[in-house]
Design a protein around this ligand. Structure first.
Ligand code: PMP
Length: 386
């Protein structure tokens, strides 16, 4: 690990932000480009050369339940969870996917009844991740259908509840909310990493989804993994991925294994700054700047988080999520429109998350330049019409 001092946290150099710089800042997606700087500074440690004769076979390990999982990736997944302490891996099956997006669909396929009882309802407490309803209903499956806000779910029939913890968009740690039998749970733990939230215990649920997109920032590699307790569920998820894409890119799996190895190695390296030390510091600095800007503007609010002890860092801190669940006050009813028209900042309206339009979701994971312009604009009287 380089551990270079240039990996210090992001600083907001307002002098570099021209008052008349009125470019459009797009913070709609959770594109994790904030991590580019760390990986650039790390130089060649994650560089790989893949010869042309490699990755010809569809198969990775025919003795494994998930026969397309590269053994090296399986090993590094177990190791990183052990290092961070954020999930139980013992006696679990690992299913690799093209992002956790594919694994979400594989889990729906595996957990839905395949008899003629009709599509099972899939619910999640609002505000929920905006892609869930779209992915769930895009093929109008006969197996499952989007059932909306889990808080409002009253039916006495089987259901699948999605628990995203920490939650996208608002960053809170979550528990299931439907208090009924006949429910099956999928835990989406994409953000359960110590740069975003205190690691309070090793998660121990039936189906847990993770991804490199939000842990190491390699969203473009398209690698996610599921930790699954039940053999039959893991088999069905594997079957789905076989039907859907006949496995998952081996090249991407090998790169993901290398990146995860470097992350785990960096945690044990006393002399250099670890990946999580670096990313924690960046998120902490960004949330400090955001809270100051919001306070000085008086027009906006962001959620308050309780302080909790993190077993990984061995210290107490408040969540510093990947997104800000940002509310416009002072009678601004359409926050997305206000920020777009007055501040030239593109965000995602609360309506996509099953909530009010006075809320928007703002990515906290963009590059420093865009983040700094965003902070500058919400704390100043910047007005695009001037
Ligand atoms: N779950 C949640 C809660 C997410 O926010 C995202 C990415 N925005 C995903 C899943 C999808 O991740 P992946 O890139 O691994 O498909």
């Amino acid at each position: 690990a380089s551990g270079s001092s240039s990996l210090s946290s992001a600083s907001c150099n307002y002098s570099k932000i021209e008052e008349d710089d009125d470019r459009i800042i797009n913070l709609q997606l959770g594109d994790p480009t904030v991590y580019e700087r760390y990986w650039q500074e790390m130089g060649d440690v994650t560089t790989m050369v893949i010869p042309g004769w490699q990755s010809l076979s569809y198969l990775s390990d025919k003795n494994n339940l998930c026969w397309f999982l590269e053994p090296e990736l399986g090993k590094e997944i177990i190791r990183v969870h052990k290092v961070v302490g954020n999930a139980v891996t013992q006696d679990r099956f690992i299913v690799v996917g093209t992002g956790s997006t594919q694994l979400y669909q594989a889990a729906l396929y595996a957990l839905s009844p395949h008899d003629d009882s009709g599509p099972i309802n899939v619910v999640s407490a609002a505000p929920y991740y905006s892609s869930y309803p779209l992915i769930t209903d895009c093929l109008k499956s006969g197996l499952y259908r989007w059932g909306g806000d889990a808080m409002a779910y009253k039916e006495e029939i089987p259901y699948i509840e999605l628990v995203t913890s920490p939650n996208n968009p608002d960053g809170f740690l979550r528990q299931p909310v439907v208090n009924r039998s006949k429910g099956v749970l999928i835990h989406d733990l994409a953000y359960y990493w110590p740069q975003y939230t205190p690691i309070i215990s090793a998660a121990d649920h039936d189906v847990m989804l993770f991804t490199v997109s939000k842990s190491t920032g390699h969203a473009g590699m398209r690698i996610g993994w599921a930790l699954v307790k039940d053999r039959e569920t893991a088999e069905k998820m594997t079957d789905y991925i076989e039907l859907n894409t006949i496995g998952v890119s081996k090249d991407s799996q090998l790169r993901a294994a290398k990146v995860l190895k470097v992350v785990s190695d960096s945690c044990g390296n006393e002399t250099a700054k670890s990946f999580f030390d670096h990313s924690y510091d960046v998120m902490s600095e960004r949330w400090k700047l955001l809270k100051q800007a919001v306070k000085s503007s008086k027009r906006f609010t962001v959620p308050d988080f309780a302080s909790q002890r993190c077993n990984f860092f061995g210290k107490v801190f408040e969540a510093q999520p990947a997104f800000a669940w940002f509310k416009c006050e002072e009678g601004i009813l359409d926050c997305e429109r206000f920020l777009r028209e007055e501040k030239k900042i593109l965000t995602k309206s609360g309506k996509h998350f099953g909530d009010e339009q006075s809320y928007v979701r703002i990515s906290m994971l963009d590059r420093d330049t865009n983040f700094n312009i965003f902070i500058h604009r919400i704390s100043s009287s910047f007005n695009s019409t001037i």
